[in-house]
Design a protein around this ligand. Structure first.
Ligand code: PMP
Length: 360
């Protein structure tokens, strides 16, 4: 089996599953309880917050545990409920859904033809009444890395809070926190458990809780998901050298693309800063759905656009925002690599073979 859908979810590392089960066996008390046996649970929660904060160059008071990327994005967009917001047109569906849920007036900034949201385009969309700007760090379908530092600086000059969905970025690329007001991350995208993540909220920025309750200093209610928190902590411990892994993925990507050379299969984006672990490929004249099932039969697992939207029969809004036609968008598969990916020659030759057999 060759799993090439790390952008949909990363298989939890063995250290993560061990940490989750150890936590469930040993930290059994409710962290909010007053008695002494609850102390280790509280201590662990604080330790993981410190770990995340150290990773980002933030403080533990700025980290709030959530159920993952969708909730973190919702928490961020909630700050601008009923108001005008500027978002990227290629954001994750959860950002659009939150904006609709909270009756925001949305201006969606189209990326350029390479899939990049430019600071100039963001500035053009900002109005005097804009309450929030949200642009993702890395696109989960194309791997395009947005110029977040430049966008954050430009938004800061307008005195508007800036949120970035870093779900596809955290643990994979280096993140510059300068002028970021809020940041979303999700553990199942960096080899941690599903259903746990966090939101960074810059100290001093007011944030109404999306889920009211007493936990997290009344900023996110609900008994904390301690096994998830322990697993996320273990996953963060395993993020050691981002640059080394980026270089490794880059050479695997090159090996894969070399293997496809001359086939007519092409990258949908090539002229942008791209996270090397995600490869968006167009198979001209060949439906992605068919490619996915033929590859599945050969033990190779890829997706068409994002996994979360694979059940819908509408073309990927990300690809459409970049100027692809719906017909072209239906010919795109996403191949995404991760820690267990060691060679890409086999996948390239199987994709090429399947494509050549079906397209004359
Ligand atoms: N944002 C991005 C960029 C994502 O890729 C995903 C997951 N597909 C999410 C948000 C949602 O995260 P979660 O699955 O943790 O709710």
């Amino acid at each position: 089996m060759i799993y090439l859908d790390y952008a949909a979810t990363t298989p939890p590392a063995p250290e993560v599953t061990d940490a989750v089960s150890e936590c469930m066996r040993t930290l059994t008390a409710n962290p909010s309880a007053a008695y002494s046996i609850a102390t280790p649970a509280r201590t662990k929660m604080i330790a993981v917050k410190k770990q995340i904060a150290a990773f980002l160059g933030a403080t533990p008071q700025e980290i709030f545990f959530t159920s993952g990327g969708t909730e973190s994005n919702s928490q961020a967009i909630f700050q601008a409920a009923g108001k005008h917001i500027v978002i990227g047109a290629a954001e994750h569906r959860s950002v659009f859904a939150a904006a609709a849920n909270f009756s925001c007036e949305v201006t969606a900034v189209r990326p350029d033809k390479n899939g990049v949201i430019t600071p100039e385009a963001v500035l053009r969309a900002i109005r005097p009444d804009t309450a929030l700007v949200s642009v993702q760090s890395v696109n989960n379908e194309t791997g395009v890395i947005n110029p977040i530092r430049e966008i954050a600086d430009a938004v800061k000059r307008k005195k508007i809070p800036f949120h970035t969905d870093a779900v596809a970025a955290f643990g994979h690329i280096n993140i510059d926190m300068t002028n970021i007001t809020m940041l979303s991350a999700s553990a199942h995208k960096f080899y941690g458990p599903r259903g746990i993540g966090f939101i960074y909220i810059k100290q001093g920025s007011r944030a109404k809780p999306l889920i009211a309750g007493e936990q997290e200093g009344s900023r996110r209610g609900g008994t904390e998901n301690l096994p998830g928190i322990c697993g996320m902590g273990a996953a963060i411990e395993l993020i050691t050298d981002i640059n080394v892994e980026l270089a490794r993925l880059k050479s695997l990507r090159e090996e894969f693309l070399r293997g496809l050379a001359g086939s007519g299969i092409a990258e949908t984006v090539s002229n942008a800063d791209i996270y090397p672990g995600i490869i968006s490929l167009r198979l001209p004249g060949f439906p992605a759905e068919k490619a996915i099932s033929l590859l599945d039969a050969r033990g190779i697992y890829v997706s068409g656009g994002a996994a979360c939207s694979s059940s819908s029969h509408s073309p990927s809004h990300v690809l459409i925002s970049m100027g692809l036609t719906p017909a072209e968008a239906f010919e795109v598969i996403r191949v995404s690599m991760g820690r267990q990916t060691t060679e890409m020659k086999t996948a390239a030759s199987v994709i090429k073979e399947i494509y050549n057999k079906s397209v004359i």
